[in-house]
Write a new protein. Structure first.
Length: 150
């Protein structure tokens, strides 16, 4: 698999490098490339909610996958997002598709009033990335709470 990591808006390089290294380990034989950032679509922001509409960002991410560039594209955005009737989402993907996105804001311990813990944050980021990539590979949710697809 050839995976493109696509920052959406401003994303810490440390997070992107961590993902690139870890995703290569989790998906053997996968090449991972960090590409140039794209802007968050202004139309995706809902000022009443203070959140972004995930589906619009996911569409933008997919539109940035150039033919022959990669098999999958994973957007990474450091914002809070929602989807449909869900108050928030950690990520979203096209099942059996080429694109997924993860949102970092609610993966941070400090979002929940805890002190920042980088190790916990990065663990959550990686699990969410693997979960959303799993959806692009056709995996659905799992009932086992220990499964990354739970």
């Amino acid at each position: 698999m050839r995976l493109i990591l696509k920052p959406v808006g401003s994303v810490d390089d440390k997070v992107l490098l961590f993902l690139a290294i870890q995703l290569k380990k989790i998906f053997p034989g996968t090449s991972v490339r960090i590409s140039d950032a794209i802007s968050l679509p202004i139309s995706a922001y809902n000022p009443k909610r203070g959140q972004y509409r995930s589906s619009l960002i996911l569409e933008e991410v997919l539109s940035n996958l150039k033919p022959g560039e990669g098999d999958r594209i994973l957007g990474v955005a450091d914002v809070d997002a929602y989807s449909g009737s869900l108050n928030f989402v950690f990520g979203e993907a096209y099942v059996n598709g080429k694109a997924a996105i993860i949102y970092l804001e609610r993966l941070k311990p400090e979002f929940y009033g805890m002190s920042p813990k980088e190790e916990l944050f990065l663990e959550r980021v990686l699990k969410e990335a693997v979960h959303e990539i799993g959806h692009t590979l056709g995996l659905s949710h799992c009932k086992n709470p220990r499964c990354v697809m739970h």
